[in-house]
Design a protein around this ligand. Structure first.
Ligand code: UTP
Length: 298
């Protein structure tokens, strides 16, 4: 049995330039998908996978994320005075228990690899999950969350595990793509990893979806602070170096994946999550159907 996975990193220090002007004062991680901020959906996924401690790598203007995961005394008092127990219970379930979150700062957005490296002291010498909070993974029909599926594989294989999903062949040039080979244990091993390959050169159509389980040895490689594509410290560059001495396995996520850092991905996520919610789906489906058919939209 490999060393148990207890901790997760959520990097939330990016600038969200693809979503301006919404992200000028509000972090993109706080935009809501139905009635929960995007980052709350991802924290839910991490906790459902058994993660005990979450390290947020934040930046300037992101303090509201820290507030979101704190108690809100005045609100709780008002809800309590008004007898709103259902809402109070929901708030309580969503708030991480005392001492199970840490916040550290990435002073400059130097890239994802740098953001991960900023969490090194808080992770220490343990394997960790890395969840990109703008990528939402909607499990099919009440199935397991993406990270929970990965943890099952990790407990069998050890090493490093990356979640992938199928993207159209003519879009592989927009993603980090992996090449895989089957192993005896029935799990696919990653044998190749290429960032945004030119069309026609991708080894597969399996794109990295923003969920990773990594060994702490990655920190030594990130510490070199080598600049990669776009002058940023890229996580992929260090993972490629780590692949020379450690094994990487893939888990193919079966449900839809939404990039909420892009406008279309965010809008699609709102529709999909609303349609997956028993409390609002019937009314929303009817209203949406009417809108699409009834000429309210072009
Ligand atoms: P993105 O590539 O989506 O970058 O980062 P971004 O800056 O947030 O958004 P755009 O492209 O300008 O619109 C993927 C994840 O890594 C984090 C982001 O917050 C996001 O969750 N990140 C990225 C950092 O924490 N620090 C960085 O330096 C870069």
């Amino acid at each position: 049995m490999p060393k148990p996975l207890r901790k997760a990193i959520l990097p939330v220090a990016g600038l969200g330039t693809r979503f301006l002007p919404a992200t000028k004062a509000v972090p993109k991680e706080m935009l809501t998908v139905v009635d929960r901020p995007v980052v709350q959906h991802v924290v839910d996924e991490a906790r459902a996978a058994g993660i005990e401690h979450i390290v947020f790598v934040t930046g300037r203007n992101k303090a509201v994320i820290e507030d979101h995961f704190d108690r809100q005394f005045e609100l709780e008092k008002t809800l309590s005075d008004r007898g709103k127990t259902k809402e109070l219970e929901q708030l309580d379930r969503d708030t991480p228990k005392a001492g199970t979150t840490s916040f550290t700062r990435q002073q400059l957005p130097l890239g994802l690899g740098h953001a991960v490296w900023c969490a090194r002291d808080l992770i220490d010498d343990e394997p960790f999950a890395l969840l990109l909070p703008d990528m939402l993974h909607l499990p099919k029909n009440g199935g397991k969350g993406c990270l929970a599926e990965m943890v099952e594989v990790y407990n069998r294989t050890g090493g490093n595990v990356i979640s992938v999903y199928e993207v159209p062949e003519d879009q592989t040039n927009q993603y980090g793509i992996v090449g895989t080979a089957p192993t005896h244990g029935g799990v696919n091993e990653i044998v190749q990893m290429v960032e945004k390959p030119a069309l026609g050169t991708a080894p597969t159509n399996l794109a990295i979806s923003g969920r990773y389980i990594l060994q702490p040895t990655i920190f030594d490689l990130l510490a070199r602070q080598d600049r990669g594509a776009g002058g940023e410290i890229q996580l992929t560059d260090s993972m490629l170096k780590l692949m020379e001495r450690e094994r990487f396995f893939s888990v193919t996520f079966d449900g839809p994946v939404y990039d909420c850092g892009s406008k279309i991905g965010f809008l699609m996520a709102n529709v999909a999550y609303a349609l997956s919610r028993p409390d609002i789906a019937p009314e929303f489906r009817a209203a949406l159907g009417e809108m699409l058919q009834g000429g309210n939209v072009d």
